[in-house]
Design a protein around this ligand. Structure first.
Ligand code: NAD
Ligand code: UGA
Length: 452
Protein backbone atom coordinates (compact mmCIF):
# COMPACT_ATOMS: atom_id res chain seq x y z
CA UNK A 1 0.00 0.00 0.00
CA UNK A 2 1.16 3.55 -0.74
CA UNK A 3 0.05 6.59 1.22
CA UNK A 4 1.19 10.19 1.08
CA UNK A 5 0.83 13.27 3.21
CA UNK A 6 0.60 16.79 1.84
CA UNK A 7 2.30 19.13 4.32
CA UNK A 8 5.66 18.29 5.91
CA UNK A 9 5.32 20.44 9.02
CA UNK A 10 5.13 19.76 12.76
CA UNK A 11 2.23 17.34 12.16
CA UNK A 12 2.91 15.83 8.73
CA UNK A 13 6.57 14.96 9.39
CA UNK A 14 6.33 13.23 12.80
CA UNK A 15 2.93 11.61 12.12
CA UNK A 16 4.02 10.00 8.89
CA UNK A 17 7.39 8.99 10.30
CA UNK A 18 5.61 7.01 13.02
CA UNK A 19 3.17 5.43 10.53
CA UNK A 20 6.18 4.36 8.44
CA UNK A 21 7.93 2.94 11.49
CA UNK A 22 4.90 1.00 12.70
CA UNK A 23 3.83 -0.19 9.24
CA UNK A 24 6.89 -1.40 7.30
CA UNK A 25 4.55 -2.80 4.61
CA UNK A 26 3.26 0.70 3.77
CA UNK A 27 5.25 3.12 1.61
CA UNK A 28 4.85 6.62 3.04
CA UNK A 29 5.75 9.79 1.13
CA UNK A 30 5.56 13.22 2.73
CA UNK A 31 5.38 16.10 0.27
CA UNK A 32 5.53 19.86 0.59
CA UNK A 33 5.72 22.86 -1.71
CA UNK A 34 8.42 24.25 0.56
CA UNK A 35 11.52 22.74 -1.04
CA UNK A 36 13.83 24.02 1.69
CA UNK A 37 11.79 22.16 4.30
CA UNK A 38 11.90 18.96 2.23
CA UNK A 39 15.68 19.32 1.84
CA UNK A 40 15.94 19.59 5.64
CA UNK A 41 13.79 16.48 6.13
CA UNK A 42 16.25 14.69 3.85
CA UNK A 43 19.27 15.99 5.80
CA UNK A 44 20.79 15.32 9.21
CA UNK A 45 19.26 18.54 10.53
CA UNK A 46 15.49 18.02 10.57
CA UNK A 47 13.30 21.14 10.40
CA UNK A 48 11.35 20.04 13.49
CA UNK A 49 12.96 19.42 16.86
CA UNK A 50 11.15 16.66 18.74
CA UNK A 51 12.69 14.22 21.22
CA UNK A 52 12.93 10.81 19.52
CA UNK A 53 12.08 12.06 16.03
CA UNK A 54 15.61 11.82 14.61
CA UNK A 55 15.83 8.14 15.47
CA UNK A 56 12.47 7.28 13.85
CA UNK A 57 13.34 9.20 10.67
CA UNK A 58 16.77 7.61 10.48
CA UNK A 59 15.28 4.15 10.86
CA UNK A 60 12.73 4.54 8.05
CA UNK A 61 13.96 7.23 5.64
CA UNK A 62 14.91 5.74 2.27
CA UNK A 63 13.24 2.42 3.17
CA UNK A 64 9.51 3.10 3.38
CA UNK A 65 9.57 6.81 4.30
CA UNK A 66 10.30 9.45 1.67
CA UNK A 67 10.27 13.25 1.67
CA UNK A 68 9.70 14.93 -1.68
CA UNK A 69 8.51 18.13 -3.31
CA UNK A 70 6.88 16.25 -6.18
CA UNK A 71 3.30 16.61 -4.95
CA UNK A 72 1.68 15.41 -8.20
CA UNK A 73 3.63 12.15 -8.27
CA UNK A 74 2.72 11.40 -4.66
CA UNK A 75 -0.98 12.04 -5.38
CA UNK A 76 -0.89 9.86 -8.48
CA UNK A 77 0.72 6.92 -6.73
CA UNK A 78 -1.10 6.91 -3.37
CA UNK A 79 -4.34 5.19 -2.44
CA UNK A 80 -4.70 7.35 0.63
CA UNK A 81 -3.77 11.03 0.86
CA UNK A 82 -3.43 12.74 4.23
CA UNK A 83 -3.80 16.53 4.35
CA UNK A 84 -1.61 18.10 7.04
CA UNK A 85 -1.32 21.59 5.61
CA UNK A 86 -1.52 24.70 7.74
CA UNK A 87 -4.91 26.23 8.60
CA UNK A 88 -3.95 29.59 10.12
CA UNK A 89 -6.31 32.32 11.22
CA UNK A 90 -7.50 34.37 8.25
CA UNK A 91 -5.79 37.75 8.02
CA UNK A 92 -8.00 39.30 5.34
CA UNK A 93 -11.62 39.77 4.30
CA UNK A 94 -14.68 38.33 6.01
CA UNK A 95 -13.76 36.65 9.32
CA UNK A 96 -10.27 38.22 9.37
CA UNK A 97 -8.59 37.57 12.73
CA UNK A 98 -11.05 34.81 13.60
CA UNK A 99 -12.02 32.33 10.87
CA UNK A 100 -9.66 29.61 9.65
CA UNK A 101 -7.94 30.33 6.34
CA UNK A 102 -8.87 27.31 4.26
CA UNK A 103 -7.07 28.24 1.06
CA UNK A 104 -4.24 25.72 1.59
CA UNK A 105 -6.72 22.90 2.13
CA UNK A 106 -8.75 23.96 -0.89
CA UNK A 107 -5.59 24.12 -3.03
CA UNK A 108 -4.84 20.53 -2.06
CA UNK A 109 -8.36 19.40 -2.92
CA UNK A 110 -8.10 21.06 -6.33
CA UNK A 111 -4.69 19.56 -6.99
CA UNK A 112 -5.96 16.08 -6.08
CA UNK A 113 -8.97 16.58 -8.37
CA UNK A 114 -6.66 17.59 -11.21
CA UNK A 115 -3.97 14.97 -10.83
CA UNK A 116 -5.58 11.80 -9.44
CA UNK A 117 -6.31 9.06 -11.95
CA UNK A 118 -8.03 6.46 -9.77
CA UNK A 119 -10.15 6.33 -6.60
CA UNK A 120 -8.64 8.05 -3.55
CA UNK A 121 -9.28 8.30 0.15
CA UNK A 122 -8.55 11.83 1.35
CA UNK A 123 -7.86 12.13 5.08
CA UNK A 124 -8.15 15.46 6.88
CA UNK A 125 -5.33 15.61 9.44
CA UNK A 126 -5.30 19.39 9.61
CA UNK A 127 -7.59 20.96 12.19
CA UNK A 128 -10.64 22.26 10.33
CA UNK A 129 -13.97 23.95 10.96
CA UNK A 130 -16.97 21.63 11.06
CA UNK A 131 -18.24 20.69 7.60
CA UNK A 132 -14.96 21.38 5.78
CA UNK A 133 -15.10 17.79 4.54
CA UNK A 134 -18.27 18.79 2.70
CA UNK A 135 -16.39 21.51 0.77
CA UNK A 136 -13.54 19.14 -0.06
CA UNK A 137 -16.01 16.51 -1.22
CA UNK A 138 -17.83 19.10 -3.33
CA UNK A 139 -14.62 20.16 -5.10
CA UNK A 140 -13.56 16.57 -5.68
CA UNK A 141 -16.92 15.24 -6.89
CA UNK A 142 -17.48 18.25 -9.16
CA UNK A 143 -14.29 17.16 -10.94
CA UNK A 144 -14.59 13.41 -10.36
CA UNK A 145 -15.00 12.11 -13.93
CA UNK A 146 -15.97 8.71 -12.66
CA UNK A 147 -13.42 8.51 -9.88
CA UNK A 148 -14.60 7.81 -6.34
CA UNK A 149 -13.33 10.08 -3.57
CA UNK A 150 -13.94 9.32 0.08
CA UNK A 151 -13.21 11.98 2.69
CA UNK A 152 -12.28 11.03 6.24
CA UNK A 153 -11.62 13.22 9.25
CA UNK A 154 -8.69 12.00 11.36
CA UNK A 155 -7.64 14.94 13.55
CA UNK A 156 -4.24 14.86 15.19
CA UNK A 157 -3.97 15.18 18.98
CA UNK A 158 -0.18 15.16 19.40
CA UNK A 159 1.40 17.89 21.50
CA UNK A 160 4.75 19.32 20.48
CA UNK A 161 7.65 18.23 22.62
CA UNK A 162 5.99 14.84 23.21
CA UNK A 163 4.90 14.14 19.63
CA UNK A 164 6.63 10.79 19.21
CA UNK A 165 5.37 9.46 22.54
CA UNK A 166 1.85 10.76 21.75
CA UNK A 167 1.91 9.15 18.31
CA UNK A 168 3.31 5.84 19.54
CA UNK A 169 0.77 5.45 22.33
CA UNK A 170 -2.12 7.83 21.75
CA UNK A 171 -4.97 8.18 24.26
CA UNK A 172 -7.22 7.64 21.25
CA UNK A 173 -7.32 7.86 17.49
CA UNK A 174 -10.41 9.52 16.08
CA UNK A 175 -11.75 8.71 12.62
CA UNK A 176 -14.87 10.27 11.15
CA UNK A 177 -16.39 9.01 7.92
CA UNK A 178 -19.53 8.95 5.79
CA UNK A 179 -22.24 6.57 7.02
CA UNK A 180 -22.52 5.10 3.49
CA UNK A 181 -21.13 1.64 2.63
CA UNK A 182 -18.21 3.19 0.68
CA UNK A 183 -17.57 5.61 3.55
CA UNK A 184 -17.36 2.78 6.06
CA UNK A 185 -14.99 0.80 3.80
CA UNK A 186 -12.70 3.85 3.79
CA UNK A 187 -12.97 4.14 7.59
CA UNK A 188 -12.03 0.46 7.92
CA UNK A 189 -8.99 0.97 5.72
CA UNK A 190 -7.68 3.77 7.92
CA UNK A 191 -8.54 1.78 11.07
CA UNK A 192 -6.47 -1.11 9.71
CA UNK A 193 -3.42 1.18 9.43
CA UNK A 194 -3.66 2.35 13.05
CA UNK A 195 -4.43 -1.18 14.24
CA UNK A 196 -0.80 -2.03 13.50
CA UNK A 197 0.09 -0.46 16.83
CA UNK A 198 -2.98 1.10 18.49
CA UNK A 199 -5.38 -1.19 20.40
CA UNK A 200 -8.74 -1.32 18.59
CA UNK A 201 -10.67 -0.03 21.63
CA UNK A 202 -8.67 3.18 21.44
CA UNK A 203 -9.76 3.83 17.84
CA UNK A 204 -12.98 5.82 17.96
CA UNK A 205 -15.11 6.06 14.84
CA UNK A 206 -17.78 8.73 14.42
CA UNK A 207 -19.51 10.69 11.72
CA UNK A 208 -17.33 13.31 10.00
CA UNK A 209 -18.86 16.36 11.68
CA UNK A 210 -18.43 14.95 15.19
CA UNK A 211 -14.80 14.17 14.43
CA UNK A 212 -14.08 17.65 13.07
CA UNK A 213 -15.83 19.31 16.02
CA UNK A 214 -14.16 17.05 18.63
CA UNK A 215 -10.73 18.33 17.64
CA UNK A 216 -11.68 22.00 18.13
CA UNK A 217 -13.50 21.11 21.35
CA UNK A 218 -10.53 19.20 22.78
CA UNK A 219 -8.20 22.16 22.23
CA UNK A 220 -10.77 24.60 23.63
CA UNK A 221 -11.16 22.49 26.80
CA UNK A 222 -7.38 22.18 27.27
CA UNK A 223 -6.83 25.92 26.83
CA UNK A 224 -9.77 26.63 29.13
CA UNK A 225 -8.09 24.70 31.95
CA UNK A 226 -4.94 26.79 31.61
CA UNK A 227 -6.91 30.04 31.57
CA UNK A 228 -8.87 28.85 34.60
CA UNK A 229 -5.77 28.11 36.66
CA UNK A 230 -4.12 31.32 35.44
CA UNK A 231 -7.18 33.28 36.58
CA UNK A 232 -6.80 31.66 39.99
CA UNK A 233 -3.06 32.48 39.98
CA UNK A 234 -3.93 36.20 39.99
CA UNK A 235 -6.21 35.63 42.96
CA UNK A 236 -3.47 33.65 44.73
CA UNK A 237 -1.10 36.59 44.37
CA UNK A 238 -3.73 38.90 45.85
CA UNK A 239 -4.54 36.62 48.78
CA UNK A 240 -1.30 34.83 49.65
CA UNK A 241 -2.52 31.40 48.51
CA UNK A 242 -0.12 29.26 46.46
CA UNK A 243 -1.39 28.28 43.00
CA UNK A 244 0.69 25.09 42.86
CA UNK A 245 -0.87 23.95 46.13
CA UNK A 246 -4.34 24.87 44.90
CA UNK A 247 -3.72 22.99 41.61
CA UNK A 248 -2.54 19.94 43.51
CA UNK A 249 -5.47 20.07 45.92
CA UNK A 250 -8.11 20.32 43.20
CA UNK A 251 -6.27 17.95 40.83
CA UNK A 252 -6.55 15.06 43.27
CA UNK A 253 -10.31 15.14 42.72
CA UNK A 254 -10.69 12.39 40.11
CA UNK A 255 -13.35 14.40 38.32
CA UNK A 256 -10.92 17.29 37.80
CA UNK A 257 -7.65 15.37 37.37
CA UNK A 258 -4.09 16.70 37.77
CA UNK A 259 -3.05 17.48 34.20
CA UNK A 260 -3.01 20.87 32.48
CA UNK A 261 -3.23 22.79 35.74
CA UNK A 262 0.19 24.41 35.60
CA UNK A 263 -0.11 28.16 36.00
CA UNK A 264 2.12 30.00 33.55
CA UNK A 265 2.93 33.25 31.84
CA UNK A 266 0.26 32.19 29.32
CA UNK A 267 -0.28 29.47 26.78
CA UNK A 268 1.24 29.69 23.33
CA UNK A 269 1.55 27.41 20.35
CA UNK A 270 0.12 27.54 16.89
CA UNK A 271 -3.23 26.02 17.73
CA UNK A 272 -5.01 26.95 20.96
CA UNK A 273 -5.71 30.55 20.04
CA UNK A 274 -6.40 29.85 16.39
CA UNK A 275 -8.74 26.95 17.14
CA UNK A 276 -10.73 28.83 19.79
CA UNK A 277 -11.06 31.84 17.50
CA UNK A 278 -12.30 29.50 14.83
CA UNK A 279 -14.73 27.78 17.21
CA UNK A 280 -16.09 31.12 18.41
CA UNK A 281 -16.39 32.38 14.85
CA UNK A 282 -18.41 29.32 13.94
CA UNK A 283 -20.67 29.84 16.95
CA UNK A 284 -21.33 33.41 15.86
CA UNK A 285 -22.03 32.22 12.35
CA UNK A 286 -24.75 29.96 13.77
CA UNK A 287 -26.21 32.83 15.87
CA UNK A 288 -24.75 31.56 19.16
CA UNK A 289 -23.22 34.81 20.40
CA UNK A 290 -23.20 33.81 24.09
CA UNK A 291 -21.37 30.60 23.29
CA UNK A 292 -18.83 32.54 21.21
CA UNK A 293 -18.32 35.03 24.07
CA UNK A 294 -17.76 32.18 26.52
CA UNK A 295 -14.93 30.68 24.46
CA UNK A 296 -13.42 34.05 23.54
CA UNK A 297 -12.99 34.74 27.26
CA UNK A 298 -10.43 31.89 27.40
CA UNK A 299 -8.24 33.89 25.02
CA UNK A 300 -8.94 37.16 26.84
CA UNK A 301 -7.74 35.58 30.11
CA UNK A 302 -4.57 34.41 28.35
CA UNK A 303 -3.91 37.90 26.98
CA UNK A 304 -4.52 39.31 30.47
CA UNK A 305 -2.01 36.88 31.99
CA UNK A 306 0.73 37.90 29.54
CA UNK A 307 0.04 41.63 30.08
CA UNK A 308 -0.07 41.13 33.84
CA UNK A 309 3.36 39.48 33.68
CA UNK A 310 4.90 42.38 31.71
CA UNK A 311 3.29 44.92 34.04
CA UNK A 312 4.70 43.09 37.08
CA UNK A 313 8.19 43.16 35.57
CA UNK A 314 7.88 46.89 35.10
CA UNK A 315 6.61 47.55 38.60
CA UNK A 316 9.36 45.39 40.18
CA UNK A 317 12.00 47.32 38.29
CA UNK A 318 10.88 50.67 39.76
CA UNK A 319 8.50 51.39 36.87
CA UNK A 320 11.19 51.79 34.28
CA UNK A 321 13.12 49.26 32.23
CA UNK A 322 14.53 51.82 29.84
CA UNK A 323 18.07 50.69 28.90
CA UNK A 324 18.04 48.00 31.57
CA UNK A 325 19.25 44.59 30.54
CA UNK A 326 16.53 41.96 30.83
CA UNK A 327 17.49 38.34 30.23
CA UNK A 328 14.80 36.07 28.83
CA UNK A 329 15.33 32.38 29.55
CA UNK A 330 13.46 30.49 26.86
CA UNK A 331 11.76 31.62 23.70
CA UNK A 332 9.96 28.45 22.49
CA UNK A 333 6.26 28.25 23.43
CA UNK A 334 7.02 25.20 25.61
CA UNK A 335 9.99 22.98 26.37
CA UNK A 336 11.36 20.35 23.99
CA UNK A 337 10.36 22.12 20.81
CA UNK A 338 11.95 24.73 18.54
CA UNK A 339 8.50 26.11 17.71
CA UNK A 340 7.87 29.74 18.70
CA UNK A 341 4.46 30.28 17.19
CA UNK A 342 2.32 32.41 19.56
CA UNK A 343 4.96 31.94 22.26
CA UNK A 344 4.29 34.08 25.34
CA UNK A 345 7.95 35.10 25.08
CA UNK A 346 7.16 37.07 21.92
CA UNK A 347 4.54 39.15 23.76
CA UNK A 348 6.73 39.72 26.80
CA UNK A 349 9.80 40.66 24.75
CA UNK A 350 7.70 43.03 22.62
CA UNK A 351 6.23 44.71 25.72
CA UNK A 352 9.72 45.21 27.15
CA UNK A 353 11.11 46.54 23.89
CA UNK A 354 8.22 49.00 23.76
CA UNK A 355 9.47 50.21 27.19
CA UNK A 356 12.94 50.65 25.69
CA UNK A 357 14.57 47.74 27.56
CA UNK A 358 17.63 45.92 26.25
CA UNK A 359 16.55 42.32 25.83
CA UNK A 360 18.95 39.36 25.83
CA UNK A 361 17.51 36.01 24.90
CA UNK A 362 18.74 32.48 25.46
CA UNK A 363 16.92 29.42 24.15
CA UNK A 364 18.59 26.03 23.70
CA UNK A 365 16.73 25.19 20.47
CA UNK A 366 15.41 28.34 18.83
CA UNK A 367 17.70 29.97 16.27
CA UNK A 368 18.71 33.62 16.37
CA UNK A 369 17.19 34.04 12.92
CA UNK A 370 13.80 32.83 14.19
CA UNK A 371 13.91 35.08 17.28
CA UNK A 372 14.71 38.16 15.20
CA UNK A 373 11.97 37.26 12.74
CA UNK A 374 9.41 36.89 15.54
CA UNK A 375 10.40 40.22 17.11
CA UNK A 376 10.66 42.00 13.74
CA UNK A 377 14.20 43.19 14.48
CA UNK A 378 17.19 43.11 12.15
CA UNK A 379 20.65 41.67 12.93
CA UNK A 380 22.05 45.10 13.73
CA UNK A 381 19.30 46.06 16.19
CA UNK A 382 21.18 46.79 19.43
CA UNK A 383 18.12 46.41 21.67
CA UNK A 384 17.96 42.66 21.11
CA UNK A 385 20.88 40.29 21.60
CA UNK A 386 21.09 36.51 21.64
CA UNK A 387 23.16 34.79 24.31
CA UNK A 388 24.94 31.48 23.75
CA UNK A 389 24.16 30.27 27.28
CA UNK A 390 22.16 31.36 30.36
CA UNK A 391 25.27 32.66 32.14
CA UNK A 392 26.23 34.99 29.30
CA UNK A 393 22.63 36.25 29.29
CA UNK A 394 22.79 37.00 33.03
CA UNK A 395 25.95 39.10 32.87
CA UNK A 396 25.13 42.60 34.22
CA UNK A 397 21.41 41.91 33.79
CA UNK A 398 18.83 43.61 36.01
CA UNK A 399 16.33 40.82 35.66
CA UNK A 400 15.89 37.23 34.50
CA UNK A 401 12.52 36.09 33.24
CA UNK A 402 11.87 32.35 32.90
CA UNK A 403 9.55 32.08 29.92
CA UNK A 404 9.96 28.45 28.81
CA UNK A 405 10.14 25.52 31.24
CA UNK A 406 13.31 23.95 29.73
CA UNK A 407 14.66 21.34 32.19
CA UNK A 408 18.16 22.82 31.96
CA UNK A 409 16.97 25.97 33.79
CA UNK A 410 16.24 23.91 36.92
CA UNK A 411 19.88 22.92 37.39
CA UNK A 412 21.64 26.23 36.78
CA UNK A 413 24.07 27.63 39.34
CA UNK A 414 21.94 30.52 40.56
CA UNK A 415 24.52 31.64 43.11
CA UNK A 416 26.93 32.26 40.25
CA UNK A 417 24.18 33.91 38.21
CA UNK A 418 23.26 36.18 41.11
CA UNK A 419 26.86 37.34 41.43
CA UNK A 420 26.97 38.24 37.73
CA UNK A 421 23.86 40.42 37.82
CA UNK A 422 23.30 44.07 38.70
CA UNK A 423 21.74 44.50 42.13
CA UNK A 424 19.03 44.37 43.19
CA UNK A 425 18.73 41.24 41.05
CA UNK A 426 15.18 40.37 40.04
CA UNK A 427 14.11 36.91 38.86
CA UNK A 428 10.59 36.18 37.71
CA UNK A 429 9.66 32.55 37.15
CA UNK A 430 6.88 32.56 34.56
CA UNK A 431 6.76 28.77 34.61
CA UNK A 432 6.92 27.94 38.32
CA UNK A 433 9.86 25.56 37.91
CA UNK A 434 12.28 27.12 40.42
CA UNK A 435 12.45 27.07 44.21
CA UNK A 436 11.55 30.68 44.98
CA UNK A 437 12.53 30.46 48.64
CA UNK A 438 16.01 29.14 47.73
CA UNK A 439 16.46 32.00 45.26
CA UNK A 440 15.45 34.53 47.92
CA UNK A 441 18.04 33.04 50.26
CA UNK A 442 20.71 33.68 47.62
CA UNK A 443 19.63 37.32 47.56
CA UNK A 444 17.31 37.52 44.57
CA UNK A 445 14.15 39.53 44.54
CA UNK A 446 12.28 36.43 43.34
CA UNK A 447 8.70 36.25 42.05
CA UNK A 448 6.65 33.60 40.32
CA UNK A 449 3.16 33.04 39.02
CA UNK A 450 0.60 32.70 41.78
CA UNK A 451 3.14 32.07 44.57
CA UNK A 452 3.85 34.96 46.90
P1 NAD B 1 3.08 23.70 9.53
O1 NAD B 1 2.91 25.10 9.10
O2 NAD B 1 4.26 23.30 10.36
O3 NAD B 1 3.10 22.76 8.23
C1 NAD B 1 2.21 22.87 7.16
C2 NAD B 1 2.98 22.60 5.87
O4 NAD B 1 2.05 22.51 4.79
C3 NAD B 1 3.98 23.71 5.49
O5 NAD B 1 5.28 23.16 5.40
C4 NAD B 1 3.48 24.20 4.12
O6 NAD B 1 4.52 24.54 3.23
C5 NAD B 1 2.71 22.99 3.62
N1 NAD B 1 1.73 23.30 2.57
C6 NAD B 1 0.77 24.26 2.57
N2 NAD B 1 0.05 24.20 1.43
C7 NAD B 1 0.57 23.18 0.70
C8 NAD B 1 0.25 22.62 -0.58
N3 NAD B 1 -0.77 23.08 -1.31
N4 NAD B 1 0.99 21.59 -1.04
C9 NAD B 1 2.03 21.11 -0.30
N5 NAD B 1 2.36 21.58 0.91
C10 NAD B 1 1.64 22.61 1.41
O7 NAD B 1 1.73 23.31 10.27
P2 NAD B 1 1.53 22.20 11.42
O8 NAD B 1 1.90 22.75 12.74
O9 NAD B 1 2.11 20.91 10.95
O10 NAD B 1 -0.06 22.08 11.41
C11 NAD B 1 -0.76 21.50 10.33
C12 NAD B 1 -2.20 21.29 10.73
O11 NAD B 1 -2.27 20.38 11.83
C13 NAD B 1 -2.93 22.55 11.20
O12 NAD B 1 -4.26 22.47 10.78
C14 NAD B 1 -2.87 22.46 12.71
O13 NAD B 1 -3.95 23.12 13.32
C15 NAD B 1 -2.97 20.96 12.94
N6 NAD B 1 -2.34 20.47 14.18
C16 NAD B 1 -1.13 20.95 14.58
C17 NAD B 1 -0.52 20.43 15.72
C18 NAD B 1 0.81 20.93 16.19
O14 NAD B 1 1.23 20.53 17.28
N7 NAD B 1 1.52 21.77 15.45
C19 NAD B 1 -1.15 19.40 16.42
C20 NAD B 1 -2.38 18.92 15.96
C21 NAD B 1 -2.96 19.47 14.84
C1 UGA C 1 -1.92 21.24 22.01
C2 UGA C 1 -2.70 20.05 22.52
O1 UGA C 1 -2.17 19.65 23.80
C3 UGA C 1 -2.62 18.89 21.54
O2 UGA C 1 -3.45 17.82 21.99
C4 UGA C 1 -3.10 19.35 20.17
O3 UGA C 1 -2.97 18.32 19.22
C5 UGA C 1 -2.26 20.54 19.73
O4 UGA C 1 -2.36 21.60 20.72
C6 UGA C 1 -2.71 21.15 18.44
O5 UGA C 1 -3.84 20.97 18.02
O6 UGA C 1 -1.87 21.86 17.92
P1 UGA C 1 0.66 21.93 21.94
O7 UGA C 1 0.12 23.28 21.66
O8 UGA C 1 1.70 21.38 21.05
O9 UGA C 1 -0.54 20.86 21.95
O10 UGA C 1 1.26 21.88 23.43
P2 UGA C 1 0.57 21.87 24.88
O11 UGA C 1 1.29 20.91 25.73
O12 UGA C 1 -0.90 21.70 24.79
O13 UGA C 1 0.90 23.32 25.42
C7 UGA C 1 0.27 24.46 24.89
C8 UGA C 1 0.65 25.69 25.70
O14 UGA C 1 0.04 25.64 26.99
C9 UGA C 1 2.15 25.80 25.96
O15 UGA C 1 2.54 27.15 25.88
C10 UGA C 1 2.30 25.29 27.38
O16 UGA C 1 3.43 25.78 28.03
C11 UGA C 1 1.01 25.81 28.00
N1 UGA C 1 0.58 25.05 29.20
C12 UGA C 1 0.28 23.73 29.10
C13 UGA C 1 0.45 25.71 30.41
O17 UGA C 1 0.71 26.92 30.52
N2 UGA C 1 0.02 25.00 31.51
C14 UGA C 1 -0.29 23.68 31.43
O18 UGA C 1 -0.69 23.10 32.47
C15 UGA C 1 -0.16 23.04 30.21
Amino acid sequence: MKVCCIGAGYVGGPTMAVIAQKCPHIEVTVVDINQERIAEWNSDHLPVYEPGLDAVVQECRGKNLFFSSDVDKAILESEMIFLAVNTPTKTYGIGAGRAADLRYVENCARQIAKVAQGDKIVVEKSTLPVRTAESIKHILTANSQGRNFQILSNPEFLAEGTAIQDLESPDRVLIGGDPTKEGQVAVDQLVSIYENWVPREKIITTNIWSSELSKLTANAFLAQRISSINAISALCEATGANVDEVAHAIGTDERIGPKFLKASVGFGGSCFKKDILNLAYMCEHFGLKEVADYWNSVIEMNDYQKKRFSANVLSHLFNTVSHKKIALYGFAFKKDTNDTRESAAISIASDLLAESANVTIFDPKVSEEQIRKDLHVSDDNQKVSIAKDPYEAAEEADAILILTEWDMFKTLDFTKIYEMMRKPAFIYDGRNILDIEALRKIGFDAQSIGRT
